[in-house]
Design a protein around this ligand. Structure first.
Ligand code: NCD
Length: 315
C-alpha cells in the first residue's frame, strides 16, 4: 500500500492507468465535479495552489498535454515536464522507472504518455506520486475516455441505452479500447465496430465482450451501419504503429465521413473523434450540428481538472 500525506491526513495514493478503473460510480463523481467546475470555475482557481503537475510526454500530443496543463493552471497549480523523449534523459538511456522516481521529487502528480504498452503501469509501480496514463502505445487512454464520457453525458444526457459505432483503426486505436471498456459497464449499450479486416479490434477485447455478454457486431460497411447509430466515434489510422508504410497508405483512407454518408444517419447522431483528424472526417461536415469533436476537446480540460483534484484528494 502506498501512503501520501495531504493536509496532515494520511491517504492512499491512487493512479489512473486502465479504463477498467472507470467504474460508473467513480465516473459519476468525476462528471459531477467537472460540471461544477464548468458552472463555477472561479471557485476552483486556488484549489491546487502550491501543487505541481509533471507532464512526461515521450510521444506527440496537442490536446492531451495542453488540456492537462491548462487544467492544472486553471486550478492555480504549476506545470513542469517535457514534450518529447529527445528532450528528456530517455535520450541518454534512462528507464521510465528511474525517471518517475526523480520526477516524484519535483512534482505532486504526473501524466505520462509513452509509445510502449504497459509503461504507465511501470511508472505507477515506481512512483511516489499519483500517475495518470495519458496513452501507452496502442493499449489504453483512460483520460480520453473520461473526456468522451463527459461529452456523451452532456450531449446525450445518458451513458446507457446507446448504439455506439466505432470506426477506423480499432486495432491500434487506444482511445477505442478504453472507450469500449468503459461504455460496456452501462446497461443496454450496443457496439458497431466498423473497420477493415486488418484493423479489427484485438482479440482480447473481443473475448472480453463475449464473456460479459456485450452486444456487438463487426462490419466493414460504414454506409449501412451508420443509419442505426446514436454515437459515431471516428478514429485516425495510427500510422506510427504500423510495421510498414505500404500497409498504412493502403488503409488510411478506407473511411471518410462526408455529407453524403452523414445524410443517412439519425438526426441526433453525435459524431465524435478524439482528434487529431487526418482525412477520416471531411471538413465539409464540421458545421453539421451533429459534429461534436471540437466540443469534445473542450470537455477534456474540465474532466482532467476533476481527475487531478480527485487524485490529489482535494475534491
Ligand atoms: C488520440 C491518441 O493520442 O491516442 N489523441 C488524443 O489523445 N486526443 C488519438 C490519435 O492520436 O489518433
Amino acid at each position: 500500500m502506498c501512503l501520501m500525506f495531504t493536509k496532515g491526513k494520511v491517504v492512499i495514493m491512487r493512479h489512473l492507468i486502465d479504463a477498467k478503473e472507470l467504474l460508473p460510480e467513480y465516473v459519476r463523481k468525476l462528471i459531477s465535479s467537472a460540471e461544477d467546475i464548468i458552472a463555477s470555475p472561479q471557485q476552483y482557481v486556488e484549489r491546487c495552489r502550491g501543487k505541481v503537475l509533471a507532464t512526461l510526454f515521450y510521444e506527440p500530443s496537442t490536446r492531451t498535454r495542453l488540456s492537462f496543463e491548462s487544467a492544472m493552471l486553471g486550478l492555480g497549480g504549476s506545470v513542469i515536464g517535457f514534450s518529447s523523449a529527445d528532450s528528456s534523459s530517455a535520450a541518454k538511456g534512462e528507464s521510465v522507472a528511474d525517471t518517475i522516481r526523480t520526477v516524484s521529487c519535483y512534482a505532486d502528480i504526473c501524466a505520462i504518455r509513452h509509445p510502449k504498452e504497459g509503461s504507465a503501469l511501470v511508472a505507477a509501480l515506481n512512483s511516489g506520486i499519483p500517475v495518470i496514463n495519458a496513452g501507452d502505445g496502442g493499449h489504453q487512454h483512460p483520460t480520453q475516455t473520461l473526456t468522451d464520457l463527459l461529452s456523451i453525458h452532456c450531449i446525450k444526457n445518458k451513458l446507457g441505452g446507446l448504439n455506439i459505432g466505432l470506426c477506423g483503426d480499432l486495432k491500434f486505436g487506444r482511445t477505442v479500447h478504453s472507450l469500449i471498456h468503459a461504455m460496456s459497464m452501462y446497461e443496454n449499450n450496443s457496439f458497431v465496430l466498423v473497420s477493415p479486416e486488418e484493423l479489427r479490434i484485438p482479440d482480447y477485447i473481443r473475448q472480453e465482450m463475449i464473456k460479459h455478454n456485450i452486444s456487438f457486431i463487426e462490419t466493414e460497411d460504414l454506409q449501412r451501419a451508420i443509419t442505426e447509430m446514436d454515437v459515431l466515434y471516428m478514429t485516425r489510422v495510427q500510422r506510427e504503429r504500423f510495421f510498414n508504410e505500404e500497409d498504412y497508405v493502403r488503409l488510411k483512407d478506407t473511411y471518410i465521413l462526408d455529407k453524403s454518408k452523414l445524410a443517412l444517419a439519425k438526426k441526433d447522431l453525435a459524431v465524435m473523434h478524439p482528434l487529431p483528424r487526418v482525412n477520416e472526417i471531411s471538413v465539409e461536415v464540421d458545421d453539421d450540428p451533429r459534429s461534436v469533436y471540437f466540443k469534445q476537446a473542450r470537455y477534456g480540460r474540465f474532466i482532467r481538472m476533476a481527475l487531478i483534484l480527485d487524485l490529489l484528494d482535494i475534491l
